[in-house]
Design a protein around this ligand. Structure first.
Ligand code: TXA
Ligand code: MG
Length: 350
């Protein structure tokens, strides 16, 4: 199929173009669109055939449910049953924005969209283009991240093109995503709200509104018991570059020594990449690729650059990647959650 491209200026939105893109969704097609977190691969959330197409385009297992994106808080009640007061309080503070909440679903939401679950994940994004597009598409857009299953989430339209060109009807290009990591997910279907996936909205920000919040034990901690994550997507090896990624954690000097030794010892047929901060980029000049993730104290930049750098490792055909740890105050939990999954839990502690 020929993928159509819409280039949209967020400051001067072309309403006609978004109407055209919205119509593609209403007609059962798939359109990738920008949000403040990552690009989404949108289809009509209330049309089971659209959701099936999304799974096929991504190569995603169909037991992994999709997030339904809305543009108006009132639309929540069309798809969700039993919205607790605490969820409304969170919505009041963090919607529109990078937060997804899970509720019991109403019958109108097909099981194809929820991966067979009786619950539905809902998000009201803040990105202006996303919201106008959702409205033009009929108000309920199911969208996973617009990457091929297993690849890092796309934070630019070029990333989406690399994975999805020829597989979907259209791509809306409105530049790069501000946050660069997927939304925080909180489940409201149990007795206590539970954090299922960390994101920009941190635990501290959640506890400013919620009396208490649990963390999914399968996602946080070492999960020695081998529990199944409540968000099915969290069980897959995700976000992964093609090269073998190792996280090197510990005292900064020892980390540098370790990585430099790896570069020196490398075999002639192996290409080595390093993910590090601006202040230490020069140290690793001898590597085949050095990903400069930004200033050590600029966590917004670190989060926004992470997936781009993982993709750059692939473009540079890197076989072995060594990354420092980025334990930042607000987004550190989210950044390290994605990095650890990309590394398939391979961490060297020094
Ligand atoms: O920021 C985001 O959330 C992006 C943008 C496009 O909005 N979307 C995104 O979608 O990250 P996706 O499909 O890549 O991740 C959705 C996650 C998966 O881990 C999935 O298992 C979980 O949400 N999820 C969706 N519905 C769920 C439900 N009813 N119960 C538990 N987990 C659910
Ligand atoms: Mg995803």
């Amino acid at each position: 199929m020929d993928t159509k491209y819409f280039t949209i200026d967020s400051e001067n939105i072309d309403a006609n173009a978004l109407m055209e893109a919205g119509k593609l969704i209403k007609d059962g097609g798939l359109v990738a669109f920008p949000t403040e977190t990552v690009y989404g691969l949108g289809g009509d959330a209330l049309n089971p055939l659209s959701s099936k197409k999304i799974y096929a385009a991504k190569g995603r297992p169909s037991d992994n449910p999709l997030i339904v994106h809305i543009a108006d808080l009132n639309d929540l009640y069309t798809i969700a049953e039993e919205v607790p007061k605490e969820a409304l309080a969170l919505a009041d503070k963090y919607w529109p924005g990078p937060l997804t909440m899970i509720f019991k679903k109403k019958d109108i939401v097909p099981y194809e969209t929820t991966g067979g679950l009786d619950t539905v994940a809902v998000r009201l994004p803040s990105h202006k283009v996303a919201r106008q597009f959702i409205k033009a598409a009929g108000g309920f857009v199911a969208a996973p991240s617009a990457n091929l299953s297993g690849r890092p989430s796309p934070t630019t339209a070029t990333h989406v093109k690399d994975d999805m060109d020829g597989r979907i009807d259209a791509i809306i290009d409105a530049g790069s995503c501000d946050i660069g990591l997927e939304s925080t997910i909180v489940d409201f279907t149990g007795d206590t709200p539970m954090l299922l996936r960390p994101g920009y909205v941190s635990l501290k920000m959640l506890t400013e509104v919620l009396e208490s919040v649990d963390k999914d034990p399968a996602v946080f901690g070492d999960n020695k018991e081998g529990l199944k994550p409540k968000a099915p997507g969290m069980k897959y090896r995700h976000y992964a570059p093609k090269g073998e990624l190792t996280i090197v954690s510990g005292d900064r000097e020892r980390v540098s020594e370790y990585i430099l030794a790896k570069i020196t010892q490398k075999g002639s047929d192996s290409r080595i990449g390093v993910i590090t901060c601006k202040d230490t980029v020069d140290l690793y000049k001898a590597a085949d690729y050095v990903g400069d993730i930004g200033n050590r104290d600029d966590e917004m930049m670190i989060a926004a650059r992470l997936y781009d750098i993982l993709r750059e490792c692939d473009e540079n055909k890197i076989d072995e990647i060594y990354s420092e740890e980025f334990d930042t105050p607000q987004m550190g939990l989210a950044i390290m959650n994605r990095l650890i999954k990309a590394a398939g839990h391979k961490i060297v502690k020094l």
